[in-house]
Design a protein. Sequence first.
Length: 246
Amino acid sequence: MSAVAAIAITVGGTARPVQAAVPAWVTVAVPVVQALLGGGGGGGLDQAKREIIAAVENSKQEILDHIDAIAAADVEACTQAAVAKIAQIDSMPGSLLGPFINGAVDCAYLSTSYFHAVQGLPAADNIGKLIGVIHSIAMVGFAKYGLPTTALLDNLIGGYHAVVARLVPSCSHDWMFDDNPRHIYEVTVTCQLYPGVVGTDTMLKGWLPGRPEPAIPYTRAMANVDAQTSRGVAIGALPQLQAVRG
C-alpha cells in the first residue's frame, strides 16, 4: 500500500446483513433472573419456571444439537439431563428433585470451567451459548428449594465477562484504490471469529497522497460478528444481569 494521507472525510458505512443471528433460547437467562430477583417487574419463581421451560420446550432439539457438540463428557451429560428434566420440576418426587437440582447447580459451575479450559473458538462459542440455559435451570431449581441464587448469578456474570473478553473477532480492511481526483475510496472491513462467522462493513474514506493512513473503524463489522455469537449475547445480557444483582 503506498504512503498517502488522511483527509477529514468519511461517507457513510454499510454493514452487510448478519448471516445467522443467535436463537432466542440463548438469551433466556435475562428474563429468568429478572423474574427471580425482581428486575423488570419480577414475577417470581412461577414466572421464571415458565420462561425456562418454554425456552427449552420450544427449541429442545436445537439445544440438544449444541449439547452434542460439547467435547467434555461430564458437561455434555449434565447439560442433557438438566434440559431433559426441567419441564418435570414440579412433578418430581423429593427423592428425584434433590439430585436433579444438585446436578444442575454442579453443571452450571462445570460449564464455565469448561469454557475457560476448551481450546477452540467454535467450542468456546458453543458453550457460551449454553451457559445461560444451564444457569437458568440451576437458579430455578435453587429457588424452588428456597435457596439463594446470587452465587449462581455471580458465576453467570463472570462467565459472560469471560465470553466477552475471549471471543473478540479479528479484523482487517482493504482499500479499493482508483484514479478519482478527490482521493476518496471505498474501504471494506472484514471481521471473523472463526471460519463461517464473518461480519463486513463498507465505507468511503479520503486518503490524500503523502499523508498517514486514516483510522478505519471496525465497530460495525465487529457488531455483525457479535450478533452471530455468544459474545453478542453476553454484551447484551451483562448490563441487565448486573442491574438486577445490584
